[in-house]
Design a protein around this ligand. Structure first.
Ligand code: HPA
Length: 280
């Protein structure tokens, strides 16, 4: 059997974080920042920064554009734990390792997860720079046997067969729509398909995804949300559309354009996250 992450390992990582923060206040939300969206972490006040490399059991982010640390402090006066850089399955870590940060959030008592990512727009109307509110997800990694809940169930956190009928919290969907409307921000909505990457999709992959109902496609988020829901966290998901998916093979996709689009997307996502935090 593979080595799966144990409760003891999760707790030792969580304790290592607590030890570095005098007067630790339970964060109200964990926030995961996607590719090109890391600047929001620089707005965190009274910040304590802890590199993943300084924590026991932690994988280290190897991707350009991902800093690889927790930033713990306040946004809008609310205690938050921000992940400046996430870890992806394509980096070669296990599903358990890439979702360890969300497990740690759960053991720190964090009730909400705000997850962001860079994604390709599969919906024909989506343009680079758009923000998409994730209403549901396609677990394509899980369908091919890569579910982060494989292995012994952590009964202390959640049930063996968790419900997935509402991965994204319906109250937070409504709240986000209201925040976007009030601030004059155009918000797309749709279904996020999670693939392992790191190669981008072929035109045939993309036509398949569109037929399956996907509006955006990326290489993250889905395993994190499954782990979050297993532990009953409430989840809000936002995709920054960094490029148009190339259904006819006429254009190429590069990591550079993904990072570049983040500059347009970051202020929009920041506005939404600040609005949500004010209401938590
Ligand atoms: N495909 C997969 N992942 C991505 C893309 C894409 O087009 N853009 C940003 N992340």
């Amino acid at each position: 059997m593979q080595n799966f992450i144990t409760l003891e390992q999760i707790d030792s990582s969580a304790q290592a974080i607590k030890k570095q923060i005098p007067n630790f206040r339970e964060p109200i939300a964990g926030i995961i920042l996607g590719s090109g969206l890391n600047d929001l972490a620089d707005s965190v006040q009274n910040a304590v920064r802890i590199s993943y490399s300084d924590l026991p059991n932690f994988p280290v982010s190897t991707v350009h554009g991902h800093a690889g640390r927790f930033v713990i402090g306040e946004l809008e006066g609310k205690p938050v734990l921000v992940m400046q850089g996430r870890i992806h399955y394509y980096e070669g870590y296990t599903m358990g390792q890439i979702t360890l940060p969300v497990r740690v959030m759960q053991r720190l008592g964090i009730p909400n997860l705000i997850v962001t990512n860079a994604a390709g727009g599969v919906h024909p109307d989506f343009e680079p720079g758009d923000v998409m509110l994730i209403t549901d997800q396609l677990n394509l990694m899980g369908m091919s046997g890569l579910n982060p809940l494989m292995g012994p169930n952590l009964d202390e956190i959640g049930t063996r067969f968790p419900d997935m009928s509402r991965p994204y919290d319906h109250e937070y969907l409504a709240l986000t729509r209201k925040i976007a409307k009030d601030s004059g921000l155009t918000l797309r909505e749709g279904i996020y398909a999670g693939l392992s990457g790191p190669s981008f999709e072929s035109p045939a992959d993309l036509r398949f995804l569109r037929l399956a109902g996907a509006d955006a496609v990326g290489m993250s988020t889905v395993p994190e949300v499954i782990i979050a829901r297993h532990g009953n966290m409430r989840v809000l998901g936002l995709s920054g559309i960094s490029n148009k998916a190339n259904l006819d093979g006429s254009t190429m996709t590069t990591h550079e354009e993904v990072i570049e689009a983040g500059r347009v997307i970051t202020p929009k996502i920041e506005k939404i996250i600040r609005g949500v935090l004010q209401n938590l």
